[in-house]
Write a protein that binds this ligand. Sequence first.
Ligand code: ADP
Length: 311
Amino acid sequence: MILTVTLNPSVDIAYPLDSLTINQVNRCPFAKKTAGGKGLNVTRVIQQMAVPVTATGFLGGPLGIFIKEQLANQQINQHFATIQDETRNCIAILHDNGQQTEILETGPMITPAELAEFEKIVTTEAKQAAVVTLSGSLPKGAPHTYYAQLLTDLKDTSAKVILDTSGESLKAVLVGNIKPYAIKPNLDELTELTGKKSLLDDLQLIKTLSQPLFEGIPLILVSLGNEGAFVKFNEAFYRVKIPKIKVVNPVGSGDSTVAGLAIALARGAEIDETLKTAMTLGMLNALESQTGAVNPLNFDTYFKQIVVIKQ
Ligand code: ADP
């Protein structure tokens, strides 16, 4: 089983409008509402690939119930901590031929008791998990060391932990004692972390990933959008090349890549197969209009076209 953690999920609302007029009433005949948040994207993709998955995190209020129902409708196992405050909405207004204006609520405040309760849930569920994914930003009320704390809680389980976050919460883990098995920064996140720009060159990437900051993390996958990925696995480096595709919606491709990593690690795949699985699912997400969705029937076609080159 793969356990996915989404600490600040959302009900994502998409309002398609011909045009958005500021300071006026804008009527929207059709609103699409889906369960969102990076970890829930990971969850959906794993479920679509028919691999057992359990979703966990914090949910509260009517929007929390909405997410629970959506997951149940998709036959996704779930074990969330219930909170007093309310799960958030994130709004995307799609307008004026391809423009997107977003309003993202910060989300609910999690109390110390709820944070402690969640640590118990995640530790219990992780006993049955081969892989645990930790995705996204931390909710209000969680200290920036909360992911580092969860890694400490999980250190006595055999689950491999994949961490996909950025900013202070990622830094706190990198300087902490207990490391995740894998991280998946994109180029922007790597730049933010290291303060160095133009990292695309192989030698520069090798130098960057060899810094003491990354010591102790066996697998570092730097995802590079349509350029595939650059990877450090133990002491070896890999360039992963992917074919050109007709992109429909790349939002959530990073989450889908994490789903691929989790699936391959859960079945104990070798590094080549692991990286190809991760890249294939990233691409399959970019081929769909829905965020965090793949068509498993296309898996083999794209998997075959990926090349992993050891440096
Ligand atoms: P994030 O969504 O975290 O920024 P990326 O944009 O790097 O992550 O995408 C993750 C993976 O998804 C890529 O490594 C690649 O496999 C796939 N992908 C994303 N965008 C594209 C694209 N435009 N063309 C082909 N594959 C893509």
